[in-house]
Design a protein around this ligand. Structure first.
Ligand code: PLP
Length: 468
């Protein structure tokens, strides 16, 4: 185990909100002192209550297999695959060595007008995993970038066909599509939107698929396919010819594992086909085995026009994201370009970074060699049995689950949204890491988790919830 890092939360400068000259001077002085004394103040943490965290930090100093260790030496079971992105386990040497070798051999290649073999090999491997005819992959660096890239590809595709009236995008309540302006525009989560009033216009929202009719239903509920007809109503209201694309997470992940009711995705596909609308599955969480298939589209038997992906592409070892598209989308955009001209004015300095591709290739080899997607399919029932055993707890108001993903709704505390984060901290103290969104806890075991570790996750959850 590594040594405990030398930090002292008590020595941190407080986050003063007022700014009198004396306070400014003091905080500058404190900043200088704290910069020398392992202060946590300088790092502005994402999606984290900074003041609270820095008063009582949880720093991970080591991770291996299904476990991590915090700075106090506490061993914690990873019940969320990090943030859904480390399914093959922490500390995989094969991936680390692939990245190391790649950095020694060719650390960086400018991605515009130059290439390196790794990005082509990684794209071929992803295309082989994706359902036909999805055979072309555009690389970016995160799920949020994948969403913005997919929005732009949809615009470029319709433009290339000379169809300039499709300005509208459709998404869903309770959707999470990342944090860039495109993704926030499609988002159905108020907290992620209300600080940022300027977003893309022309976004229309369907209802989410959570329904009290499906309480504690395992997998796909029988009720709710008709919610897909929200898209038909939008078509009837605005005209299908004005809609560029529909974005949905096949299973809405961040807002609590909302599994699509039976027939729902197929009905969306049907309406899209009837109206020339592109169907985009945001597979950032569901991609790469989470439902026991490479992608959720295969698990549900519905093939979208585009898939966004990110988490689990490199087992969390390097930033990476991508958009995979059907042949006709790629061909239409490429063929519309003038001879010798750039066909799509889009790309990132780190698109298809050599080290990320090396990590991705090694990751996909591990998934294949260890048959990890099959392992999820085989163990899913066991996992779901364990999670659904929690339904006897009074404080659990609903459970949803599929594959290796489950959402557990809690009775709210004094106000909605405060019980979840509180429980999350207690769980960590008791040795379990889980993701929470408001009062919903998400369990997403690593694909290498043993049955005993699944039992342990659920037992820690039961004990902690019961004793708080
Ligand atoms: C469905 C979905 N889309 C997009 C994103 C954004 O990904 P990133 O955080 O890598 O930008 C996430 C992240 O949780 C996600 O769950």
């Amino acid at each position: 185990m590594e040594t405990t890092p030398n930090f002292s939360p008590n020595s941190l400068s407080s986050s003063a909100s007022s700014s009198s000259p004396v306070q400014v001077a003091r905080s500058q002085e404190q900043a200088q002192t704290s910069a020398q004394s392992n202060s946590l103040e300088e790092h502005w943490m994402p999606f984290t209550p900074n003041r609270e965290f820095k008063d009582e930090p949880r720093l991970v100093s080591k991770s291996e297999g299904v476990h991590m260790w915090d700075h106090r030496g506490r061993k914690v079971l990873d019940g969320a695959s990090g943030l859904f992105c480390v399914p093959a386990g922490h500390g995989r040497k094969k991936i680390a060595e692939a990245v190391y070798q790649q950095l020694l051999t060719n650390d960086y290649t400018a991605p515009f007008n130059l290439g390196h073999s790794g990005s082509f090999e990684f794209a071929r491997k992803i295309a082989a995993l994706a359902p036909d005819p999805i055979n072309h992959v555009f690389f970016c660096n995160s799920g949020s970038e994948a969403i913005d890239t997919a929005i732009k590809i949809a615009m470029a595709y319709h433009g290339a066909r000379g169809d300039h009236r499709r300005l509208r995008f459709v998404s869903r309540e309770r959707a999470y599509h990342g944090v860039n302006i495109g993704g926030v525009s499609l988002s159905g989560m108020i907290k992620n939107r209300d600080t940022f009033p300027v977003v893309m216009p022309y976004v229309v929202t369907m209802r989410h698929t959570w329904s009290a009719d499906n309480l504690f239903v395992r997998g796909q509920g029988e009720n709710g396919a008709d919610l897909a007809n929200d898209l038909q109503r939008i078509v009837d209201t605005y005209g299908g010819h004005t809609i560029a694309a529909v974005f949905v997470e096949p299973v809405a992940g961040s807002t609590g594992c909302l599994v699509p009711p039976k027939g729902y995705l197929a009905r969306l596909r049907e309406i899209c086909d009837q109206n020339g609308i592109l169907l985009v599955f945001d597979e950032v969480i569901t991609g790469f085995g989470r439902l026991g298939h490479a992608f959720a589209s295969q698990a549900f038997g519905v093939i979208p026009d585009m898939m966004t992906m990110a988490k689990a592409m490199t087992n969390g070892c390097q930033p990476m994201g991508g958009v995979a598209v059907r042949d006709h989308i790629y061909d239409t955009i490429i063929d519309a370009g003038a001879e010798g001209a750039i066909e799509l004015f889009h790309g990132y300095t780190y698109s298809g970074h050599p080290a990320s591709c090396a990590a991705g290739i090694a990751t996909l080899e591990i998934y294949e060699q260890e048959k990890l997607f099959d392992r999820v399919a085989d163990l899913s029932e066991y996992f779901l049995d364990a999670v659904y055993s929690l339904q006897d707890l009074d404080d659990v108001t609903d459970i949803r689950g599929i594959g290796f993903l489950a959402g557990i709704d809690l009775k709210p505390g004094s106000r909605p949204g405060c019980r979840g984060p509180d429980l999350q901290k207690k769980l960590f103290a008791n040795g379990l890491h889980m993701k929470f969104t408001g009062d919903c806890g998400l369990m997403a075991p690593l694909f290498i988790a043993q049955k005993s570790q699944i039992d342990e996750m659920v037992e820690i959850f039961r004990q902690t919830l019961t004793n708080t």
